[in-house]
Write a protein that binds this ligand. Structure first.
Ligand code: AMP
Ligand code: GLY
Length: 417
């Protein structure tokens, strides 16, 4: 199988690492990739927003399967363009219609309302601060405001007071997130414990990858601003099989039913951002892809062949391909550039890479420059370890990270605790 993987984060290094273990892999290209993915295949400098160029590459390299890591190319309809030009290509990732699950909060909230999927009560407003502020006054604090469109994980703002919420609304309608916040979803605040469920589906059948939880805030004890994710663990001790039965019956099955009712085909991953409120699951958000850094714990716990799993999306055999899971726990701890998620410097030389024992070091913002590995992003790398528990695994990751250094690099000390 000749595969093209789109993306350049720690998630894509983990996907490339897992694909590389398959005896069915003959060639792996990663566009654009990073210094980690180049250990698993060939990085190519293709711009995923240039759909014609990606199609030409697939044609000339006889690509059989394209796996899309991040949400932006999915929301932009890369898979629609590719399937129109190359109908026999196997595309792991939905078209633009399905990617609206992540690309439009108004779309996903309306789908949940129509099909009775539990989520926070809400209303959506388009360029209408007056009506939006009126609605806010019917809610209790804290207030949850969400830009409708993609905002690189920054589009959700939670405020403690009405005055702050009003001011935030003015900023959002004033273009804080560009066109993404022309429509704002305002919703009820849910108080509970979050977890992430990864559904792989061909639109009819589905299988579940291991459940994970990520640590979104930058600071110790879940403080400070939201990030893409500072670490993750799997499994999650407050998610048991009874919870997962509720998730299947109340969330996954109605979501797939809703997509089919709307005639939206879906081949790929649905990532459910869930919250358990008094032991009942609610949807916080949908994503149309795997999570980062959750993938760095989920794929190391998945047994079996990832190409077999992806391939079963296309021949009707997904239902026979139940995913086997390693009984060990896994944790990943992200090492980030000082300043992240705000401004940070790039180009810092990284030392100590390659001395991580049994841990798996997935590179994210790392590139090679004049024979050295240097930082190239906010989240620089994710160190994954196994253990009896998530806490033990995270401790092992911190031990491995202690050998790695670059100027102003930092990681959270409380992941898994
Ligand atoms: P999202 O980008 O939709 O994942 O939201 C970012 C974070 O905001 C989530 O991980 C939650 O911690 C929080 N959040 C979003 N919506 C709600 C809600 N309705 N109630 C409480 N917290 C929320
Ligand atoms: N770690 C959360 C995400 O990938 O959206």
């Amino acid at each position: 199988m000749r595969i093209l993987l789109i993306g350049s984060g720690g998630r894509e290094h983990a996907i490339a690492w897992k694909l590389r273990q398959s005896s069915r892999l003959s060639e792996l290209f990663i566009a654009p990739g990073n210094a980690g993915t180049s250990q698993c295949g060939t990085n190519v400098s293709l711009d995923s927003s240039d759909h014609a160029a990606v199609a030409r590459f697939c044609e000339s390299e006889h690509i059989d399967m394209v796996v899309v890591g991040p949400e932006v190319p999915l929301v932009e309809g890369l898979c629609d363009s590719l399937s129109a030009k190359l109908p026999s290509l196997k595309l792991v990732g939905p078209g633009a219609a399905g990617a609206q699950l992540e690309g439009s909060k108004a779309f996903s909230k309306a789908l949940m309302a129509e099909f009775g999927i539990p989520t926070a009560a809400y209303e959506a407003f388009t360029n209408d601060p007056g009506a939006a502020k009126q609605f806010l006054r019917k809610l209790k604090p804290p207030y949850v405001l969400k830009a409708d469109g993609l905002a690189a994980g920054k589009g959700v703002v939670i405020t403690a007071t009405l005055a702050e919420a009003d001011a935030e609304l003015d900023e959002m309608f004033g273009g804080k997130f560009g066109a993404s916040s022309a429509t704002v979803v305002i919703e009820e605040f849910l108080d509970g414990r979050e977890f992430s469920v990864f559904v792989i589906t061909d639109g009819t059948d589905y299988q579940l990858l291991p459940v994970a939880r990520d640590y979104k805030r930058v600071g110790e004890g879940d403080t400070g601003p939201n990030t893409g994710g500072m670490g993750a663990i799997s499994p999650v001790d407050y998610v048991d099989k009874y919870m997962m039965e509720k998730v299947r019956e109340r969330i996954i099955e109605p979501t797939l039913h809703g997509l089919r009712e709307r005639k939206i085909p879906y081949t790929g991953i649905i990532f459910l951002g869930l919250i358990s409120v008094e032991n009942e699951p609610f949807v916080i958000e949908y994503n149309c892809r795997l999570g980062d850094p959750e993938t760095e714990v989920v794929l190391p716990r998945m047994r079996g062949d990832l190409i077999d799993l992806f391939d079963s999306l296309f021949d009707g055999t997904l239902s026979q391909n139940e995913i086997q899971v390693d009984s060990r726990a896994a944790a990943t701890v992200v090492m980030a550039s000082g300043g992240y998620p705000g401004e940070y410097q790039k180009g810092q030389v990284i030392s100590g890479l390659g001395e991580h024992g049994d841990s798996l070091c997935f590179l994210a913002g790392v590139k090679e420059e004049a024979g050295q590995l240097v930082t190239d992003g906010g989240r620089v790398l994710a160190m994954t370890s196994y253990g009896l528990t998530g806490a033990e695994a995270a401790e092992e990751s911190r031990r491995a990270l202690a050998a790695i250094s670059f100027e102003n690099g930092f990681y959270r000390m409380d992941i898994g605790k």
